[in-house]
Design a protein around this ligand. Structure first.
Ligand SMILES: [Zn+2]
Length: 115
């Protein structure tokens, strides 16, 4: 015997049943779907903020900054859209149409992504 995984009510009948009713099945599935969209939205917001910060630099004609400055502006280095390792071993990180390299001295070099 088991309980409804939505409301906890005791289940009777088939032992593979998970819900006591269609209502419970629907609200359970709806909640999973709802929660499943929050994380992608959060990551999209982080990436969009990163992209705007890089764009501001480029528009201002600045091609370099520092880890500290960018972090202070809210740049989140934990997220990128992709990255590649150049032949010289340097890691080029992409954020949509922009790219950056972090030097060993924590200087960040920003450029348009080479497509
Ligand atoms: Zn139930």
């Amino acid at each position: 015997m088991s309980d409804c995984i939505e409301c906890g009510r005791e289940l009777f009948g088939r032992c593979d049943k998970k819900f006591c009713s269609d209502g419970c099945r629907n609200s359970y599935n709806n909640r999973i779907r709802r929660n499943g969209t929050e994380e992608p939205r959060r990551i999209n917001r982080v990436l969009e903020k990163n992209r705007r910060i890089l764009e501001r630099l480029i528009i201002a004609g600045k091609r370099r900054s520092t880890l500290l400055k960018l972090s202070g502006e809210g740049f989140n280095f934990g997220y990128s859209t992709s990255f590649e390792i150049r032949k010289d071993g340097k890691r080029v990180i992409h954020c949509y149409n922009y790219s950056y390299i972090i030097s060993s001295k924590d200087i960040v070099y920003v450029a348009f992504k080479n497509i």
